[in-house]
Write a protein that binds this ligand. Structure first.
Ligand code: ADP
Ligand code: NI
Length: 214
C-alpha cells in the first residue's frame, strides 16, 4: 500500500462510529473533491490528499478545545509510515488552519494546498450533500426544518449562533449561501457556483411546495 492508501485506512479506523457530519464519508467526499480541484491547480497532490484525509481526525470540539491534538496525531501517524518531515510539517500546518479559528501556529501561513483542502471542506456544506448534512444536523438537534415566522438572523455572534435553535432553513441564509464567496481557488469557485445554484433551486421548490403550489 502507498502512503495515501495507508492513511485512508488509518483515518477510516479512527473515525469508526464518528457522528454523521464528520464521519469517514465526509472525509471521503472532501478527499475526492480536493483531488478534483488539485487536478486543475498547481499543487503538490500528495500534500493535498494527506491533508484532506487527516483534517478531521481530532475535532477540537471533542478535545476540550485543544487545537493541537489533530496536527499532533497526524504527525505521529505520518512519521510511522515514513513520510518526509517537510511533507508532515506542511500537512500539520494545513490541519491547524482548516478550522475557522486558526488561533494557533503561524497565522500568516498560506499555501495552494491549504486553499484546495479548505475549498473542498466548504464545498461539502453546500449542494445536494450540504442540504443532506444540514437537515441531518437539524434533526439531531430536534430543530424545526422551517418556520415562516422565524426570520434568519445574519448578525449573530459566534456564541448566539452556537446556541441558536433556529429552523434548519435559516442556516441556509446564515451560512450555506455565503460559502460560494469564500472560495480560495478558481476551480473551487466553479464547483461552488454549481452547488450554490442547486441550493437556490431547492429553496425555490421548497417554498412553492410549502404553499401547496407545484
Ligand atoms: P465544520 O466542520 O465545517 O466546521 P460544522 O461542524 O459547523 O462544520 O457543521 C457540520 C455540518 O453541519 C455542516 O454541513 C453544516 O452546514 C451543518 N450545520 C452546522 N450548524 C448547523 C445548523 N445550525 N443548522 C443546520 N446545519 C448545521
Ligand atoms: Ni471537514
Amino acid at each position: 500500500m502507498d502512503s495515501i492508501e495507508l492513511t485512508a485506512a488509518y483515518v477510516k479506523q479512527v473515525l469508526e462510529g464518528a457522528e454523521g457530519g464528520h464521519d469517514w464519508w465526509h472525509i471521503y467526499r472532501v478527499w475526492q473533491t480536493a483531488r478534483t480541484i488539485a487536478a486543475k491547480e498547481q499543487a503538490d497532490l500528495l500534500v493535498v490528499e494527506l491533508a484532506a484525509l487527516l483534517h478531521d481526525i481530532a475535532d477540537s470540539k471533542f478535545h476540550a478545545g485543544d487545537e493541537e491534538v489533530g496536527p499532533q496525531r497526524a504527525g505521529e501517524f505520518l512519521k510511522s509510515i515514513s513520510v518526509s518531515n517537510s511533507i508532515i510539517h506542511h500537512v500539520q500546518q494545513i490541519i491547524r488552519h482548516m478550522s475557522f479559528k486558526a488561533s494557533l501556529g503561524d497565522v500568516d501561513f498560506h499555501s495552494k494546498e491549504l486553499e484546495i483542502v479548505q475549498d473542498a471542506d466548504r464545498l461539502d456544506a453546500i449542494g445536494a450533500i450540504g442540504i443532506a448534512r444540514a437537515f441531518s444536523y437539524g434533526g439531531f438537534k430536534q430543530r424545526e426544518f422551517y418556520n415562516p415566522h422565524i426570520a434568519p438572523n445574519l448578525n449573530m455572534s459566534k456564541e448566539e449562533y452556537k446556541n441558536s435553535s433556529a429552523p434548519t432553513i435559516n442556516h441556509f441564509y446564515e451560512k450555506l449561501l455565503l460559502l460560494k464567496d469564500k472560495m480560495n481557488t478558481l476551480t473551487g469557485r466553479e464547483l461552488a457556483a454549481n452547488r450554490h445554484r442547486f441550493l437556490e433551486l431547492y429553496l425555490e421548490q421548497f417554498y412553492a411546495e410549502w404553499e401547496g403550489k407545484r
